[in-house]
Design a protein. Structure first.
Length: 105
C-alpha cells in the first residue's frame, strides 16, 4: 500500500517516498557513535515537521517525545505521514528530507 499523497509517476510525492527510505536506510547503516552525533539534527527535523503539522491543523504545538536514536526514524516516518495528511506542501517536505539525508554522516 502506498502512503497517502504518494505517486508512482514521479514528482515531489515520489521524491518524499524515496528520500524517506534513503534516510531510514542511511540511519540504519550508521555506526552508533555517528548516529548519536547526528541524532539532535534528525530529532530537530522531526520536531519541525510536528510543529508545522500542529500549526496547519490548528492544534497546540507539543514536544515530540525523546525516545532515542533507535526510534527517531520511526518518528520521522510518522511525521511524514502526518505532513501529508495535513495537506502541507509536499515539495517542501521533499526538500527537507533531501537536506536531512545529505547532512547525515
Amino acid at each position: 500500500m502506498r502512503p497517502a499523497g504518494s505517486s508512482s509517476a514521479g514528482g515531489p510525492s515520489a521524491v518524499v517516498d524515496t528520500e524517506t527510505e534513503r534516510v531510514v536506510r542511511r540511519w540504519q547503516q550508521l555506526p552508533l557513535d555517528r548516529a548519536q552525533a547526528a541524532y539532535p539534527g534528525v530529532r530537530g527535523v522531526v520536531q519541525e515537521l510536528a510543529d508545522a503539522v500542529a500549526d496547519r491543523v490548528g492544534e497546540e504545538r507539543a514536544t515530540v517525545p525523546d525516545l532515542g536514536p533507535g526510534v527517531v526514524v520511526d518518528q520521522l516516518r510518522v511525521m511524514v505521514y502526518d505532513w501529508r495528511q495535513a495537506d502541507l506542501p509536499v515539495a517542501d517536505l521533499a526538500e527537507r528530507l533531501t537536506a536531512l539525508r545529505r547532512g547525515l554522516p
